[in-house]
Design a protein around this ligand. Structure first.
Ligand SMILES: Nc1nc2c(c(=O)[nH]1)N[C@H]1C(S)=C(S)[C@@H](COP(=O)(O)OP(=O)(O)OC[C@H]3O[C@@H](n4cnc5c(=O)[nH]c(N)nc54)[C@H](O)[C@@H]3O)O[C@H]1N2
Ligand SMILES: Nc1nc2c(c(=O)[nH]1)N[C@H]1C(S)=C(S)[C@@H](COP(=O)(O)OP(=O)(O)OC[C@H]3O[C@@H](n4cnc5c(=O)[nH]c(N)nc54)[C@H](O)[C@@H]3O)O[C@H]1N2
Ligand code: SF4
Ligand SMILES: [Mo]
Length: 731
């Protein structure tokens, strides 16, 4: 049956035979009409996924008021008709019986899990009263926000409106911070407009440094990666583990963990000394080449071979492949880059290599962000904070995005002033910040821990007040500006009405703001009207947007450099910075210098972690569909190490870290796909919340074992791959 997708999007019909529908797809839905039986209302709602933060466009198929299937929106450039496994499992989140169904107020002592249900009015009144009391006693700056995801924005307006600058993001401090700072120091901007601007399908060579595409399952990036591999792009994967991506690679470089900057500097050394860099591009767009060339002289492949435990010939050969294919080379800038505490300089080395190859703004490299002239509204005039922010922690390049760790430190110490309320929106801090013991110590200092969440996670069950947000399938959010090679606007709209007593984030923030006298900063009561007005201001037909889910907008610049499309570098000099005077002024190396990281002692293993394609952090481990597919993580152990320790494949073990912290039991995956001195866990498992009936106690929690972290002196982010464990056999 031929059904054009565009027609299908417009399909909002009544057909018969509802019992046939689930799993039947478009054809199944329509054919069901022939079977007779009770009338079923079938319609399709285009909206935006939030099972992770790639923000794919999706189409929810709703039958008799129930979401039965989620598919990728073919019109949206971040999904192109497909969803990943987690995206399809959004239905599991929507109908998870363990969801937070109503507001709760703590009735026992913190952490004992005793709560009483409350009405919205009561919970909002109490929350607002507590915030007012804390602000009056300790000043508004004593209120801090931790958020991840769309709803964080509404609470940001609330916290800023109260007069606090202390707004933090784990997705900076425990994730992209070092990358963004390293690339901003080099190119004047980050290499991502939310999604990394990697031109994989046109690359002749793709270099992945740790980035484990395929396990890191960002929909269209993985689609592009698959296409690039099929097109025969040469793939170089640097990873101590034989990742899914390494299995597709022409060259797998099983590097000693923490030695990546040595490899990068020696590649730069070969590319400069053999003249393989893009001389015209370097002359036209960069500054500091002579200083760079001088500084990398000492980093020879022979030296790097010793540091990285790779062969000298492999280092030279891969450097030549990279150089020979300039500029159509993608040095993937990575995403989670908080590794060893020297991470900004590693990101700088990657950025410098990208510049030498001339691949910023060139086909197969990093494309330029499109400019889309969308009318801006004047920003709200938030009150000036009376005291300085604590969110930079004194780190000179922490920038505008707040450090979670700096706020946690200030909360524990009370310096420079007490922090007394934490508002957590869509973040599971006990699984997200290194050293959960410090997170608990900080929570112990608070007068109010407020959680706005969808699930009763470990962190939520520490809260004094819990406010249940509707999932992304039940709510509208502000319009999304999509910046791929093209630009456009996407809309999130509810596929079904909010279940239970949950409420959208914008509504929760608004109700609190009304009670705090901050209505002028709140979203309007008629949210849909606001979205419509915004779309129309941008010249977009709102009816078409709600029907299609995504509408492209005109761009005024293209993805690649040409004489008429020149790049703009937001650095002080307007050039790409190879040797950074700015870093030198702050006492750092202008050109990255290699620093060794501590190695495990005999008998110890370095704890490495990463992603499962079927889970997002700890947020999906209780999802009924995903939990059925992957219910617990495994610990990867090299087969030689396992045989020395007498550990068999599939046996349960426990991991004990350098500070004596012992993990939950976890199954051994005995494999040759990992270096001998490391072990590897998928992050997000080992929840302790008894309210998560499926995830509770399943697998090991990497974060529990991360009691040490190394703070990057430039960006202030927390390197978390600096913990060592021993392995105990489970009797
Ligand atoms: N040990 C270790 N630590 C890590 C990482 C690691 O790999 N290992 N990864 C790091 C990285 S890269 C990142 S980005 C951070 C991410 O860590 P977080 O910022 O904490 O993000 P998530 O795990 O996505 O957020 C989880 C919370 O969001 C809730 N949630 C889900 N949907 C919604 C919603 O619609 N509304 C609301 N209000 N809440 C919702 C979930 O129930 C859960 O409580 O963790 C970092 N920390
Ligand atoms: N399915 C799924 N996909 C996701 C997410 C998710 O939760 N689930 N989260 C998203 C988010 S927010 C992020 S930030 C990204 C994170 O994903 P990425 O940025 O791709 O990866 P990392 O977590 O930095 O790195 C994990 C890989 O680094 C390797 N590694 C460990 N130590 C070293 C080292 O010293 N050197 C090198 N070269 N490699 C090393 C590990 O073996 C592993 O393969 O994933 C995104 N995609
Ligand atoms: S990559 Fe997957 S989970 Fe993330 S937004 Fe897209 S479909 Fe959803
Ligand atoms: Mo991340």
């Amino acid at each position: 049956m031929a059904v054009n997708r565009r027609d299908f999007l417009k399909l909002s019909a009544t057909v018969a035979g509802g019992s046939m529908l689930a799993g039947g797809g478009i054809a199944g839905m329509l054919m069901a009409g022939d079977r007779g039986g009770a009338a079923a209302t079938v319609h399709s709602v285009p909206t935006v996924c939030e099972m992770c933060f790639w923000k794919c466009g999706l189409i929810a198929r709703v039958v008799n008021g129930r979401v039965v299937k989620l598919d990728g929106n073919p019109l949206h450039p971040q999904s192109r008709g497909k969803l990943c496994g987690r995206g399809q499992a959004g239905i599991g989140l929507l109908y998870d019986p363990d969801r937070l169904k109503r507001p709760f107020i703590r009735s026992g002592v913190r952490g004992d899990g005793k709560y009483r249900p409350a009405s919205w009015n009561e919970a909002l009144d109490i929350t607002a009263d507590k915030l007012k009391a804390i602000s009056a006693k300790y000043g508004p700056e004593s209120i801090a926000l931790f958020s991840h995801g769309t709803s964080g924005d509404y609470f940001r307006s609330m916290v800023k409106g109260m007069g606090s600058p202390n707004i933090t993001f784990p997705s900076f401090s425990q994730c992209v911070g070092a990358r963004n700072v390293g690339y901003e120091l080099t190119f004047g901007e980050s290499p991502a407009s939310s999604c990394e601007r990697v031109d994989l399908t046109k690359s002749k060579v793709i270099v992945l440094i740790g980035t484990h595409l395929g396990e890191n399952m960002h929909n269209t990036q993985v689609q592009d990666f698959a296409e690039a591999v099929a097109n025969g792009a040469r793939l170089i994967v640097v990873d101590p583990r034989f990742s899914t991506a390494a299995a597709k690679a022409h060259s797998w470089l099983p590097i000693r963990p923490g030695a990546d900057t040595a490899l990068l500097l020696s590649w730069i050394n070969v590319i400069i000394s053999e003249g393989l860099y893009d001389k015209e591009y370097v002359a036209r767009y960069t500054e500091g080449f002579a200083e760079l060339a001088q500084a990398v002289r000492e980093y020879t492949p022979a030296w790097a071979a010793r540091e990285t435990d790779l062969s000298e010939s492999q280092i030279i050969e891969t450097a030549r492949q990279i150089g020979a294919n300039s500029p159509n080379v993608c040095i993937h800038p990575g995403r989670h880059t908080s590794w060893y505490g020297n991470d900004t300089q590693r990101a700088r080395a990657m950025a410098i290599l990208t510049a030498l190859l001339g691949s910023w703004g060139r086909e197969g490299g990093i494309w330029l962000a499109p400019s889309a002239p969308l009318a801006k509204s004047p920003p709200p005039e938030f009150p000036e904070a009376a005291r300085p922010e604590v969110i930079t922690g004194g780190y000179p390049f922490a920038g505008g995005e707040g450090l979670t760790n700096a706020v946690r430190d200030a909360t524990i110490s009370g310096n420079p002033y007490p922090i007394k309320a934490w508002i957590m929106v869509g973040t599971n801090l006990l699984h997200t910040l290194p050293d959960p013991r410090q997170t608990m110590a900080a929570i112990g200092k608070l007068d109010l821990l407020l959680a706005i969440d969808v699930m009763p996670t470990d962190s939520v069950l520490q809260a004094d007040i819990i406010l249940p947000e509707s999932s992304y399938l039940e709510r509208a959010d502000d319009l999304f500006v999509v910046k791929q090679k093209e630009a456009g606007i996407a809309i999130r709209q509810p596929a079904v009405s909010p279940l239970h007593e949950s409420k959208p984030g914008w509504w929760i923030a608004r109700e609190l703001m009304l009670r705090l006298g901050l209505e002028k900063f709140a979203q309007p009561a008629n949210f849909e009207q606001k979205l419509k007005a915004k779309a129309e201001k941008w010249g977009i037909n709102f009816a078409a947007l709600t029907q299609n889910g995504y509408i492209p907008v005109q761009t005024t610049s293209g993805p690649y450099i040409s004489e008429s499309n020149q790049p703009v570098f937001g650095t002080k000099s307007g050039k790409i910075v190879l040797a950074s005077a700015e870093l030198r002024e702050h006492g750092f190396d202008a050109v990255p210098r290699y620093e060794k990281v501590p190695q495990p002692k005999s008998g110890q293993f370095r704890l490495l972690y990463g992603r499962s394609p079927l889970h997002t952090f700890s947020r999906t481990t209780n999802n009924p569909q995903l939990n059925e597919l992957v219910s617990e993580n495994e610990v990867w152990i090299n087969s030689a190490a396992a045989s020395r320790l007498g550990i068999g494949h599939g046996a349960y073990v426990r991991l004990v870290n350098q500070d004596g912290v012992r993990s939950n039991r976890v199954r051994a995956k005995v494999t040759q796909r990992l270096r001998d001195e490391c072990i590897y866990l998928v992050h997000g498992f080992g929840s302790t919340s008894p309210w998560l009936t499926k995830a509770h106690g399943k697998g090991a929690n990497d974060q529990q074992l991360i009691t040490r972290y190394a703070v990057d002196p430039i960006s202030g982010i927390t390197g978390m791959r600096v913990n060592f464990v021993t392995i105990e056999k489970e009797a």
